[in-house]
Structures are given as structure tokens and as C-alpha cells.
Design a protein around this ligand. Structure first.
Ligand code: GLY
Length: 587
């Protein structure tokens, strides 16, 4: 959310009226609007053609555009792309503290690095990432934006996820500490904006839901555990005060310093009572992300409520107008909202328990991607501008900003969430089990009766180098809540090697390094009577290497008499590794 020295339109402001003759002049558009509104129900339609080949085609196109921008001598690594049509990117400097977009270009470079581990992308991504470090703290609170989460999770967050380099984590923790300074503990929200003209007192915007990830993540990765509570409190205020009964959202809620609601309104939307499409997209993504970290059912409920509003009002091409309630003469597609939602719905579909609902969300995500990947939205490979997606809206013309800003443009955040959505599609559609950060979600049942001597085999693929990944085993009766719940553990350690838990520590009889995106076959022989196990790892093209020979079960694990559960536990982020073809059999 960018500053503008103008006053807020609130619920107390008068609503615009539209004379009948204006409506009549626009009757054709009004009819279309009605028709497309009705088509919202088609959001439940089965997925269309978006598939692996389409994903590869999009990533190829993205790679071409991003390589050109990253190699452009006119763009130094202290300048960051923001918006474009056919000309060059409009840039913002690393020193623009209150702008919110600088993480998205390096973030896309990291997503490119993830695809093939080409060092070109890592070098470029690192350069644009490091030049943002100067924003991690500031003695002047007015120079600390609530958008630090956008900027740091997309850049330093991706960097740490993909490299495990602790220097990035340290920067993230400092930035999280800065963001936490904006938390107003009386009201229970992160105050978004010091730059308004005095109309707002303690304002909260939907966008801030996205920034909470820096606090949720930081609290779990060496930062202050209180950051988690701050983020959850803010998310709960968003759910209770910003989401309407029908699932639409206000964009802004302003509180008094004692916490009472002074007004509900909008900043970038059409009116106080309308639903701004990108704000709704931030809510869908934000509540889904909050559920990922907290598993709080109120987050899942809120995510579904705002999603159901959005899906019920989508036009036939699954790309919404910039505001769901804008009149027929103010129709302008916003591909950024569609890209954000396409990414979020793939995640949300993994969390809902009703398979029909999960299918509906996943189908809508794929239909959206299908549309965005078509020539109607995907920029031509040659002859166009440097952006990936066409037809985004930063700020439509409203009373607050009569000239608007970046209407019908390629926007760096559209591109980021589109590339993320396509990367997620690739990640989540290749079968097998993915690791998670949380223990409860990491567990897969192996059935009862796995006693005596058992042989376990599987293929494991680290998805990054330098992860902290554990494949651990527990008794059927064990509630897996910590590493100490796991009697047997094979680890891909943060130094880049496989090792195995023996009694009170990890050890390895041979050094077997692991590489990202490389699949290793693992065989384990466990003797549940003797409480010992042996592990062999076979790198691709090589022979089996014995890394553990009759190692004792973990010394502080609970009694373990059967092989009832396997936990796939990431150390830093969800999806650090994938396990396929997991089998357990008697010897
Ligand atoms: N976060 C600012 C926007 O969505 O425009």
C-alpha cells in the first residue's frame, strides 16, 4: 500500500450515485457484468488445461523475461522493477523505505534459481537481495513500513529457504524485530501507516495480512516467540473487523488508540462498501498462510469465507475486475489479484478436509492459471515489454487518486505471485510426500503390526542444498511433537551430508553428501526387539553406502515397539524435501 497525501474514503462518507442515464448508456456493459457475475458459480467447474507442459512453457517465458531484466545494464542492483507497459521498467531504489515492491524482483530470481540451480540466478538474486538489507532496521519508526514482510520474505526468505545461508536468516530476524515495533498492543494490530494526513488514527489494511509471515516465521526460527502472538492477534482482528458477513472485505479499518473501531472504508477500492479485488486476494493468501503456521481453525475458516466470496463473483476467465462492486463504466481487469489467488488456492486446497471443496479450490486455481497463461494475459515473448503478465491494476482512478496509478500494466507483484503459483504447481503435482515445518502435519501413518525386524525403503529428494530435514519413525502410540518423539531418524544435515541418530547424537559411518533435486534411495533395517537400526543410502548411479550399522534408538525417545508412524520434518521451511515410494515389509 503506497502513501498518498489525501483523505480516506470511509463508511461515513457519502456513497456515489449513478444517474439512470449513465447506467442506460452503459447498459451493454451492465448486462455483461450481470452475466459474468452469474458465471461466478462456474468457479466450481472442473480444471481446464493447465498441466505440466503449460507450467514449463510459462517458466520458460518467465526465465526469458527475467534474464533480460537481470542482464540489463540500465538497471543497477540498487534499483528494483515496479511497473511497465511496453517500455522499460519503472524502477524504485533500495532506499525507498515506504515503497513495498522491492522484494519481488529478487524473489523471482530466486524462484528461477530453484528451477534448475543455475548459478547465474543465484548470483543475480543475491545481489538484489543484499542491497535491500539496509531496510532491515531504522531508528525512526516512520521509516519502518508495515510492508517489511512483503519485502523481506520474498527476497531474504527465499534466499534462506534455497541456500540455508545463516546470514540471510539473521537479516530476516532483524527485519521481523523492526516490524514488531509497529504492533500496537492495546489495539492488537500492526499499524499500517504513519504517512496518512491525520484522517486515520490506528489504521489496519488487508495488505498487512501478507506481512505477518515475517513474524510467524521469525518466531519459529530463532526470533522472539511473542511475534507469533502479535501476528495471530492481528489476523484475528482482520477476521473479525475487516471481513463482512458475506465474506467480502473492507480495505481499511481505523481504530482509536483505545481500540474501538472509528471507521471502516477503503483506500484503493471503489467505495467504502465495495470489495477491492487485490485486497480480497491478500486476505485469501494471508489467512491461508496464517493457517500454515498456526493451524488455528479460525484462520482456515476465515480463508474459506473470503475465498468463497471471491469465487462466487469471478467472471468467466477467472480474472476479476479491479473491484467487485465497481460500476459497468469502471471495468478493468486486475491480473495481479488473479495471480495471488492462483497461488493461495493451491495451498488452501491442501488444508481443507472436504475433498469436494479441496477439488473446487484446486480447479479454480488451475483455471486461473490456464487463463493467465493464455495470450490474453501472458506477455508475448518478443516485441512486448519486460513484464511477464499483462493487465494489472495498481491503483484505479478514484476520488482518492483521480489520475490512478499503473492501470493496465505489467506489475512486478503480479509476476512474482504468478511465477510462485506456477512453481507451486510444479512442486505439488509430482506425487510423493513433502516435508513440513510443523511436527503434527509431518506425520504419515504406517499402519499397525510393524513389529520385529522390518525393512523400510524409499526415495528421498532434497529440494534445496543445506536443509535440515529428518525422516523419523515413532511407535503407533507416540504423539509426535518433537524430534525426541522419533526413535529412529535419518537426517540431511545443515552441513550437506546424511547422518543418523544414534542414542544421544547424530553420527555417520561414511560421508554421503546430498545435492538439491537429486534422488537418493534409502534402505533401513530396524530391529524393534533389539532397539537398533542400520541405514544404507544409494546416490544416483552409485552403490549402497552403509551410514549406520546397528545404531541404538534415540536415547530420550518414548518406548518404541512398532513402526507405526513416519515424520517428514523440515528444519526451516515447508517442502524442504520429498519422499516417494515409501514401503515397509517384514524381513
Ligand atoms: N500492498 C499494496 C497494494 O496491494 O497495492
Amino acid at each position: 500500500m503506497a502513501p498518498a497525501p489525501v483523505s480516506l474514503r470511509t463508511g461515513r462518507a457519502s456513497r456515489r450515485s449513478f444517474p439512470v442515464n449513465t447506467l442506460w448508456r452503459n447498459r451493454g456493459k451492465a448486462f455483461l457484468l450481470l452475466l459474468t457475475g452469474c458465471l461466478g458459480v462456474l468457479a466450481a467447474a472442473p480444471a481446464r488445461a493447465f498441466d505440466d507442459a503449460a507450467a514449463d512453457r510459462v517458466l520458460q517465458a518467465a526465465q526469458q523475461k527475467l534474464r533480460a531484466t537481470a542482464s540489463d545494464p540500465q538497471i543497477p542492483t540498487t534499483q528494483y522493477p515496479k511497473a511497465t507497459t511496453n517500455g522499460p521498467w519503472r524502477l524504485v531504489p533500495n532506499t525507498a523505505n515506504i515503497d513495498w515492491v522491492q522484494g519481488f524482483f529478487p524473489g523471482q530470481l530466486w524462484l528461477m534459481y530453484e528451477q534448475g540451480r543455475d548459478p547465474f540466478w543465484r548470483t543475480k538474486a543475491d545481489a538484489w537481495t543484499r542491497n535491500l538489507e539496509l531496510q532491515k532496521s531504522n531508528p525512526d519508526i516512520r521509516q519502518i513500513t508495515h510492508d517489511l514482510g512483503f519485502k523481506f520474505m520474498s527476497s531474504f526468505g527465499q534466499a534462506y529457504r534455497l541456500t540455508g545461508d545463516d546470514a540471510y536468516r539473521q537479516v530476516l530476524l532483524t527485519a521481523a524485530g523492526s516490524l514488531a515495533r509497529r504492533f500496537n498492543s492495546t489495539v492488537g494490530v500492526i499499524d499500517c501507516c504513519d504517512w496518512n494526513d491525520g484522517t486515520w488514527h490506528v489504521p489496519m489494511v488487508t495488505d498487512t495480512m501478507m506481512n505477518l509471515e515475517l513474524l510467524f516465521w521469525g518466531a519459529r526460527n530463532g526470533g522472539n516467540p511473542a511475534w507469533n502472538d502479535m501476528a495471530l492477534r492481528h489476523a484475528l482482528k482482520t477476521a473479525s473487523d475487516m471481513v463482512r458477513a458475506d465474506g467480502g472485505t473492507f480495505h481499511v479499518v481505523d481504530y482509536s488508540t483505545s481500540g474501538s473501531i472509528l471507521s471502516r472504508g477503503t483506500f484503493q477500492g471503489f467505495s467504502a462498501s465495495s470489495t477491492w479485488a487485490r485486497g480480497q486476494a491478500w486476505a485469501i493468501y494471508g489467512f491461508t498462510m496464517a493457517y500454515r503456521y498456526t493451524r488455528d481453525p479460525r484462520m482456515l475458516q476465515a480463508a474459506q469465507k473470503v475465498t468463497d466470496y471471491y469465487l462466487a463473483r469471478l467472471p468467466a476467465d477467472f480474472v476479476p475486475n479491479w473491484d467487485f462492486n465497481a460500476p459497468a463504466n469502471q471495468q478493468q481487469k486486475d491480473s495481479s489479484a488473479a495471480a495471488i489467488v492462483a497461488s493461495a488456492l493451491q495451498e488452501l486446497s491442501r488444508y481443507v478436509s472436504d475433498p469436494a471443496v479441496a477439488q473446487r479450490y484446486q480447479s479454480a486455481a488451475l483455471a486461473t492459471l490456464d487463463s493467465l497463461a493464455s495470450p490474453a494475459y501472458l506477455a508475448p515473448a518478443t516485441g512486448g515489454g519486460p513484464g511477464i503478465l499483462l493487465h494489472g491494476v495498481a491503483f484505479y482512478k478514484t476520488a482518492i487518486k483521480p489520475t490512478g496509478e499503473d492501470i493496465d500494466k505489467s506489475l512486478i507483484y503480479s509476476d512474482y505471485y504468478f511465477v510462485e503459483a506456477v512453481s507451486r504447481f510444479k512442486l505439488w503435482n509430482q506425487g510423493g510426500w513433502l516435508s513440513t515445518l510443523g511436527f503434527p502435519e509431518s506425520v504419515r501413518g504406517l499402519g499397525t503390526g510393524n513389529t520385529g525386524v522390518r525393512i523400510v525403503e524409499f526415495d528421498v529428494t532434497p529440494l534445496s542444498k543445506l536443509i535440515d530435514g529428518v525422516i523419523g519413525y515413532a511407535d503407533t502410540s507416540t504423539n509426535v511433537t518433537a524430534y525426541s518423539s522419533l526413535a529412529m531418524s535419518l537426517r540431511m544435515n545443515p552441513s550437506g551430508f546424511f547422518d543418523v541418530r544414534r542414542g544421544g547424537a547424530y553420527a555417520a559411518l561414511a560421508s554421503v553428501p546430498y545435492q538439491a533435486n537429486t534422488t537418493y534411495h534409502v534402505r533401513m533395517r530396524t530391529d524393534l526387539n533389539a532397539k537398533t537400526y542400520s541405514v544404507w543410502v544409494r546416490p544416483p548411479g552409485g552403490g549402497e553406502v552403509l551410514v549406520a550399522d546397528s545404531f541404538a534408538f534415540r536415547s530420550d525417545a518414548p518406548p518404541t515397539d512398532d513402526l507405526g508412524k513416519v515424520s517428514l520434518k523440515s528444519g526451516h521451511f515447508d517442502n524442504e524435501f520429498r519422499v516417494r515410494n515409501h514401503t515397509v515389509r517384514a524381513e
